[in-house]
Design a protein. Structure first.
Length: 236
């Protein structure tokens, strides 16, 4: 899908990947950071997690970083009156505003690669700092042929849970907690996206829209074969 088609489809959606408040709260509980902590939301997209992060940081701050200018502009407008939020159009591999007690990245670390991303972020962590991120991987030993074919075409680097945890260890981190996002976290992303697809496809079908619809259909039929693994880790 072209960048223009992607943003036509996704513009205005609250969330740009699976996630929900329950999974964020779990990660923040494992992280154990204080109410005055500094948190980086790396690859924040439209900022679906900013409010949830702030709920854990009454005296802290969130630095939200993304490269897509419309996301940045909308987030700046939304949080203009809250001094705890700083929004930057910047590369999450070299974020401004650190060091951070926690780096939070919902579904975005794949842009850097798990091992490479964790290595880059280490320099931006405060002493005792931690990283929470979610990464797509296989959840079963024998995925369905349909799931294998789809992800081989769309994300050939995809590995399983053990493979992701091995990448974390190779980056020099220890895992403090890991679990798959629940189905509600996927629904929070896919249900609004499916509604948007219905509207756009009624105006005229497009191969890019059909591909997105295929992804949602696959999740409904074979979504138990793969998932986003949410990991909380710290430098070893």
């Amino acid at each position: 899908m072209s960048e223009a088609a992607f943003f036509l489809l996704h513009s205005g959606l609250e969330r740009e990947g699976p996630g929900d408040r329950e999974s964020l709260d779990w990660a923040m509980g494992v992280a154990g950071i204080g109410p005055d902590a500094a948190v980086l939301d790396a690859g924040c997209g439209p900022g679906a997690d900013v409010a949830g992060l702030l709920a854990h940081l009454p005296q802290g701050r969130v630095v939200a970083v993304d490269l897509h200018a419309p996301y940045v502009a909308a987030l700046r407008a939304r949080w203009a009156d809250d001094p705890r939020v700083q929004v930057h159009q910047a590369d999450m591999a070299n974020p401004p505003g650190g060091p951070f007690d926690l780096i939070w990245s919902a579904g975005a670390i794949y842009h850097l690669g798990v091992e490479a991303g964790l290595r880059r972020w280490r320099a931006h962590l405060a002493p005792g700092g931690r990283v929470a991120f979610s990464q797509l991987c296989w959840a079963v030993a024998r995925p369905s042929p349909a799931a294998r074919a789809f992800w081989a075409a769309n994300y050939p680097e995809m590995t399983d849970r053990a493979g992701v945890l091995a990448q974390v260890a190779a980056a020099g981190y220890r895992v403090l907690g890991a679990r798959f996002l629940g189905r509600a976290a996927w629904a929070a992303y896919y249900e609004p996206l499916a509604a948007r697809l219905d509207v756009l496809r009624a105006q005229g079908d497009d191969p890019a829209l059909a591909a997105e619809a295929e992804e949602i259909t696959l999740w409904r039929t074979d979504g138990g074969d793969y998932g986003y693994l949410l990991i909380l880790a710290e430098p070893a």
